[in-house]
Design a protein around this ligand. Structure first.
Ligand code: SF4
Ligand code: SF4
Length: 637
């Protein structure tokens, strides 16, 4: 069996990641089209579905970006196929344009958006609460609190979506996406619908004179509002609101919560033996805000503590309702600093917040844990983020920096994009001065050039990111004569999110052979006249090519092409290929540390006793770039 989610054994308990549970939910709910662009913490949804897609007749794809993924799902839903698009929180920013149109449509088949929010920004540049996005788009939001609900809510989302003919968002958060939990499998009665393009939604909007265009917009908006009015009642039918704990002791205090915070609260209640003593309202649906359910809950309370991960979304909505229902109610939460507004929640934070409200002593972290943390903090050396040993991106940046020095152009502006290559911003390379999100490097470089700054302007972008959002900005450079230099760091994979394929790899998400879309051909079609392709491990050629693009009087592209060091290692392990490592000749090494200070491969260390550098054979991947770096020819293969 390719993955446990394919098991046809209803009632069996299995251990699944939250993301795998979503994939299983998609199987159980007859999703037939699933699309995404890789983004942590959501990537495993498609990674998992792709493994079993062919066996179940599902189309699963990595799309070029989230907007396209969502539009693929829209297309599927328009043809009567249950469809879903999954993405990380910032990925959802890309779908806004299509989403704001989609909400006025009436899909006959389910259309789901799985948004994986990343509080604390573990693998993201920001914290973003996509409940606000759903609020703006006016679509329902379901918030599972564990892996079981992640699976079940997909099914519920599908049913709600089809009942009201609206896209439905399932808001995941990192700790649900990436935690394992027991999931009871449901039925796998896959049904494949015959595709049929439905355009009957227009019937809802046709005005007297048969005009569906702009004049119908207010009518379409009104229909959307009517749909939203029904959601709370529908959600009640699916038991999306639960009072988890009867209030017997703290009669006039309640807690309202959603998502992963519910699991922490239930742990707290169990641990502090508060079962049956404090009321907890768990919201499985938070938009449209369930006014009636919440009004009933707060009616006789004096105090309510709102515990939610992300922004004070429930808290702010509650304030509006309490004004009418219970104006004296004391509302505690993020806005009263009972909980932090930034970062992830955890058991200690929740322990502190609830204990404070209940006048209990918070539990101190176990003594052994404190002792351990103190010991560890003394041993560990603070480290900066760095690329892997043998990473081709390090070699590319090293060559580029060397050229800028050689050309006596120490002043330059380099804008980075998001991906593994972003790490070139940190020590010791410090190549880019600033970094932005998907495709932003090229777009912003355009503007930096137009400011007439008078120094070379460079954008650095990865292969997958180039396909995602780099192309329009490159066309802009040609069109508007922005003399920028674009370094495309092509490692044949979407590296940072888990090595997913992209249009340049020749494989689809489902492992099928497909045409490779070549970056250089795109660049040519974008009007770029100077394109160089080099292997960054070959420093001499890289330096020559970099010089040429810097001297070219117009926008130019250099593609640094070399497979990701991790993927190569994996391939070598599978094929049994023996990798020849490098080593340092102690006689020749004079301890200058150039290899560490200027290059920084993590496989190179320094022996303080002998004052010589050394290479850790376990980390070295034998790329040989450090051979070029050492001024004393002390590094050998
Ligand atoms: S650059 Fe060469 S000589 Fe200098 S520390 Fe490294 S290995 Fe030794
Ligand atoms: S050969 Fe040198 S640069 Fe490459 S991984 Fe080994 S130590 Fe690092």
């Amino acid at each position: 069996m390719k993955h446990v989610i394919a098991k046809d054994s209803p009632g069996e308990k299995v251990l699944l990641l939250g993301n795998e549970a979503i994939a299983r939910g998609a199987l159980e709910s007859n999703i037939e089209i699933a699309a995404s662009y890789p983004g942590t913490p959501a990537s495993e949804i498609i990674d998992t579905l792709a493994l079993i897609a062919e066996d179940f007749g599902i189309h699963v794809e990595w799309s070029t970006n989230e907007k396209v993924a969502f539009e693929v799902a829209i297309g599927g839903a328009l043809c009567g196929k249950r469809s879903m698009a999954s993405m990380k929180h910032i990925g959802a920013n890309w779908i806004v344009d299509s989403l704001m149109h989609a909400v006025y449509h009436g899909f006959n088949s389910a259309l789901l958006i799985i948004s994986a929010d990343d509080p604390s920004g573990h693998s993201s540049a920001n914290e973003q609460d996509n409940r606000y996005l759903a609020n703006m788009a006016e679509i329902p939001v379901l918030e599972p609190s564990n892996a079981q609900e992640a699976k079940d809510f997909v099914k519920i989302g599908v049913e709600i979506s089809e009942e009201v003919r609206l896209p439905v968002m399932i808001r995941m958060v990192t700790r649900i996406c990436h935690s394992k939990g027991v999931v009871i499998l449901g039925n796998l009665n896959r049904i494949s619908k015959t595709p049929k393009f439905y355009d009957d939604y227009y019937k809802d909007f046709v005005l007297n004179d048969n005009i569906v265009g702009p004049r119908a917009v207010p009518k379409m908006h009104e229909i959307l509002h009517k749909k939203l009015e029904k959601i709370e009642e529908i959600a009640k039918r699916f038991q999306l609101f639960k009072e988890e704990n009867g209030g017997g002791y703290y009669e006039d205090i309640g807690i309202i919560s959603s998502s992963v915070a519910v699991s922490y609260i239930l742990d707290y209640i169990k641990h502090r033996e508060l079962n049956g003593k404090i009321k907890l309202l768990k919201l499985g649906l938070t938009h449209p805000f369930p006014k009636n359910i919440v009004s009933k809950f707060i009616k006789d309370l004096k105090k309510v503590l709102v515990i939610e991960e992300g922004e004070p979304f429930i808290e702010n909505n509650l304030k509006i309702i309490a004004k009418e229902e219970n104006p004296k109610l004391e509302i505690l939460g993020k806005l009263t600093h009972h909980l932090p507004r930034e970062g992830e929640l955890n058991y200690s934070i929740i322990d502190n917040a609830i204990s404070k409200v209940l006048n209990l002593e918070p539990e101190a972290p176990p003594r052994e844990k404190l002792i351990f943390l103190e010991k560890v903090s003394k041993i560990l050396t603070p480290r900066t983020l760095t690329m892997c040993a043998g990473c081709p991106h390090r070699a590319a940046y090293y060559a580029a920096k060397k050229v800028l020095r050689l050309l006596k152009k120490p002043e330059y502006i380099a804008i980075g994009d998001i991906g593994c290559y972003t790490l070139g911003m940190y020590s010791p390379l410090r190549f880019m001065q600033d970094v932005f999100g998907m495709g932003g490097s090229i777009g912003i470089a355009n503007g930096v050039f137009q400011s007439k700054i008078g120094v070379p302007v460079i954008a650095t972008i990865g292969d997958s990111t180039f396909y995602h959002a780099g192309i329009p900005a490159l066309i802009n450079a040609t069109f508007n004569k922005a003399n920028i230099k674009v370094m495309i760091l092509d490692n044949f994979v979407t590296g940072m999110t888990g090595y997913q394929p992209h249009p340049g790899t020749g494989k689809t998400a489902m492992g099928l052979e497909t045409k490779k879309v070549k970056i250089e051909e795109i660049c040519k079609a974008c009007g770029i006249d100077m394109i160089k392709i080099v292997d960054p491990y070959d420093q001499e050629s890289s330096i020559e090519a970099m010089k040429e693009i810097l001297n070219f009087p117009g926008p130019a592209v250099i593609i640094f092409r070399r497979i990701c060091a991790q993927v190569r290692l994996r391939m070598a392990r599978i094929s049994g290929e023996k990798i020849v490592k490098c080593f340092i000749d102690k006689e020749k090494c004079n301890g200058c540390k150039t290899c560490i200070i200027n290059f920084g491969c993590p496989a190179i260390g320094f022996d303080l006793k002998n004052k010589k550098a050394f290479i850790d054979v376990n980390s070295c991947v034998g790329c040989g770039v450090c051979i070029y770096v050492c001024p004393n020819n002390a590094i050998l293969r």
